[in-house]
Design a protein around this ligand. Structure first.
Ligand SMILES: NC(=O)c1ccc[n+]([C@@H]2O[C@H](COP(=O)([O-])OP(=O)(O)OC[C@H]3O[C@@H](n4cnc5c(N)ncnc54)[C@H](O)[C@@H]3O)[C@@H](O)[C@H]2O)c1
Length: 410
């Protein structure tokens, strides 16, 4: 980690601060930041004592090697393509892309430029998930037959509003399948599998969950993915008000391994399948394989340290990271096609192999999207109920909250 410093910039001064704080721990140096919200930009710029830009194109001209994209969730692909074409390595927050056309374009840009691209998906690197991967790779539970990934994050309405400023903010529109990576990526990482097809069902947004909300998108949904080894993964989330829970469970043909909240790990074997001396069931708190002191201080169960770490190493080693553009695009495709499936009552969709030019070509003009920026004739809704109009009371309340945090938009 003491090798030549990699100069990095960050767009998005909310979540982006996680990278800003952790950059130095992985041999990176924060040199510039960018955000259109000028008050926040200036405040964060003063704190980190770095150059500030309100304009992304000008920011990209700053003398640096890499950028971290922590701008709006559904806007990452065009920002990534611009940065790659400007000769910069990219680490992008989730999701990688909001349309199938963007997935294909992003893959093309990485292949053309040869720059490092990494999805900044941190949940696979939580302590429990890393241990599940280690256990799985020993062969102890056999080959995965079935797995469950759950990321359900209920949100109290005023807090939700405070992190979703603006009627068009992505958090107000996001259908439940789009934020799939926290539930799916750890399972892919543990078992080294890729999704090849899916079916999905959404829970129609009921206003009883938050009667006075400006949120349009449904709160919860289930995706069934067929993986490339024939196994089935069930992916569940995103914002049902029932319980905040992060859970991974991998069922092999010789046992089961699971982790709750990315910490404690449980490994189970039926009595007749265990090896001599092996317990039927064991539950334990794993140790970090390395860098435990730095990981323990980082957010999201240490995951925020490891995404920075792997990005920096990928740049130094000139080798694409595990969460490369093909896995990133496959997960984005699960998000998008998952929502298509929900709107067609669980219809199956095949997920293209983004490594194949021929397989991704048919998607080059597929701009299907439920987001408000893409509004137009035939646009799909963000809820099974259609794009319900929030009440005047809900809008007035939301604007009061947004004003209180200094948001000047509508
Ligand atoms: N991995 C995780 O654990 C985790 C946690 C929180 C957020 N996120 C992700 O981080 C991203 C940012 O989320 P957030 O919570 O900070 O909220 P957010 O999406 O509201 O913040 C985005 C920031 O980007 C800025 N921005 C948007 N468009 C811009 C543009 N064209 N030029 C310059 N700046 C622009 C906004 O002003 C805002 O400050 C999202 O993709 C989200 O999914 C990931």
């Amino acid at each position: 980690m003491s090798a030549k410093k990699i100069r990095g910039g960050v767009i998005g001064v909310g979540r982006g601060q996680s990278f800003m704080q952790g950059a130095a721990h992985t041999g990176m140096e924060l040199v510039a930041i960018c955000d259109t919200w000028k008050e926040r930009l200036n405040k964060v710029g003063k704190r980190f004592k770095v150059a500030t830009y309100a304009d992304y194109d000008r920011f990209l001209k700053h003398d640096m090697d890499a950028v971290v994209l922590a701008n709006y969730c559904h806007d990452h692909a065009p920002f990534a393509v611009k940065a790659l074409n400007a000769g910069l390595h990219v680490m992008s927050e989730c999701i990688a892309a909001r349309t199938m056309a963007q997935c294909a374009e992003l893959v093309e840009a990485v292949e053309k430029t040869g720059k490092i691209y990494m999805l900044a998906e941190n949940y696979p690197y939580m302590l429990g998930c890393q241990e599940l991967r280690r256990v799985y790779r020993t062969g102890e539970i056999g080959d995965v037959q079935y797995a469950e990934g759950e990321y359900n994050h209920p949100a109290e309405e005023n807090w939700r509003l405070s992190i979703s400023p603006g009627m068009k903010h992505w958090r107000n529109w996001l259908p439940p399948t789009y934020y799939v990576t926290h539930a799916l990526a750890p399972l892919m990482y543990i078992t080294d599998t890729l999704p090849v097809s899916l079916n999905a069902l959404s829970v129609p947004a009921k206003r009883i969950q938050a009667p006075n909300t400006v949120k349009i998108g449904d709160f919860g949904g289930v995706i069934l993915c067929r993986m490339d080894n024939g196994s089935v993964f069930r992916i569940w989330g995103l914002g049902m008000s029932s319980i905040h829970r992060i859970r991974y469970e991998v069922h092999g043909d010789n046992g089961m391994a699971s982790s709750l909240h990315g910490g404690e790990v449980r490994v189970h074997h039926e009595p007749w399948l265990r090896h001599p001396g092996q317990p039927v069931d064991r539950t334990y708190q794993p140790d970090w394989p390395e860098h435990g002191d730095l990981a323990a201080k980082a957010g999201h169960g240490g995951g925020d340290f490891w995404t920075n770490f792997h990005f920096a190493n990928a740049i130094r080693d000139r080798k694409q990271p595990y969460l490369n553009v093909y896995r990133a695009a496959a997960m984005a495709a699960v998000s998008i096609l998952g929502w298509r499936s929900c709107l067609e009552n669980g219809k199956p969709f095949a997920i293209p192999d983004f490594k194949s030019k021929a397989a991704r070509k048919p998607y080059a003009d597929d701009n299907w999207s439920p987001f408000p920026e893409d509004a137009g004739p035939g646009q799909p809704p963000a809820s099974l109920n259609g794009n319900l109009k929030p009440s005047a009371k809900a809008i007035a309340h939301a604007r009061k909250v947004w004003k209180s945090i200094g948001y000047k938009g509508v």
